[in-house]
Ligand binder design. Sequence first.
Ligand SMILES: [Zn+2]
Ligand SMILES: [Zn+2]
Length: 452
Amino acid sequence: MSITSLYSSKLGTTFDCQCGKKHSIPLKAVIIQENAAGQIPDLLAREGLGTRGLIVCDQDTWSLAGKDIWEILNSKGYSIKICKFNGTPLIKPDEKAVTRILVEYDPAVDFLLAVGSGTINDLVRFISHKTGKPYIIFATAPSMDGYASTVSPLLINGFKRTYTATHPTAIIADTGILCSAPEEMIMAGVGDILGKLTSLADWRLGVAVTGESLCETAMTMVNSSVQQVISYMTDIRNKKPEGIKALMDALIISGIAMMLMGNSRPASGSEHHIAHFLEMKYLMDGREPLFHGTKVGMAALYTVALYNEMAGFNPDNIDIEQLIREKPEYDEWCQKIRQIFGPIADEVIEEKGRKDWEPGVYQQRLHTIKQKWNSEIRPVLMSVLLLNTVKSYLNEAGADFSPAALNVDQELIHQALLYSKEIRTRYTILSLASDLGILPEYAKKLTCNPDK
Ligand SMILES: [Zn+2]
Ligand SMILES: [Zn+2]
């Protein structure tokens, strides 16, 4: 039984959760099956989405599914326009692509239909939010967990920032098409899921250290998605429909957990910050990007290792007065950020704000860390799997996320470990290591090992 089906009665509803909050899951349907395109007319009718649509795809997803969907809808009397991105390299979710869709967009359309994986969906989700037109997703690869997301990471002015977007009405995926996805996209999906090992722990750290709220429902969803993928590694490697379906189900439920929380906290932590940092650097250098999930998978090797290392930290070594004295002043920090982030430094500085330099903020946090180390923090650190166990799962899946295999320089990872936490204000293992003044030492240690 799929995890999504366990929550099917909650799709399209608002409910009272044990965490004390009301959650909404506006996503109304998830269909993962053979010949899924044939379900689209019924779905559109059932949800009353109208008869005029705009398909957004690229040349690959057009031949893979877009054309079939267009023919099916045409034969049923629908009027469908097409926005097809041509050419390589891959489309970037930037100003240019947003404009391109708006050029094809006609205010008379009733719904949008995204056919593709990451970038196409990020774009359509954003356009749907801006135009107020509902959209459905026809997912072509189990490569990332953003299908149910309500935010769009867009690359505006060269800076990747998360923009408010809107939920899909439905997510549809054809098992046959998913199985035919390129192996590196499937492995990227595995990487995005393995990243949850540390995103979940990071969330618990945020609860312990900064008093963030927790939702066990969302945590359970994400945790089940990790467990499910771990138990299907061999089937995923062999592209067996049940394995690929389990991976897609896990990715969608992880996205639903984010939808439920209204933010990406359950499924995006330090490993994602590192991945975003690498992506920024790649963009600045004009290098061909790696898949999102691939970067997350690689980053997770380091964040898992950092958890493992820090589990042995002795809280008696926390000298609060000394740490406060050694914390860089705001101006000093800004200078460092300008050096590391170059043209996007202003955006990073603005995003971070000055809160961390307000009197007493850092001091209070250090007191909390020291006081809760044994009771709350160490148990979180210990809860993360050992790196060797994670590597054995990756072996089973046939995935190699080592920097050597992906041609990523250790020095870049070293930088990412040190500075990726500056991209977001969210508390993670990187923030904890930084608060304790041990991040430079650990970052060096983790990137000196040629085995990594
Ligand atoms: Zn992700
Ligand atoms: Zn809840």
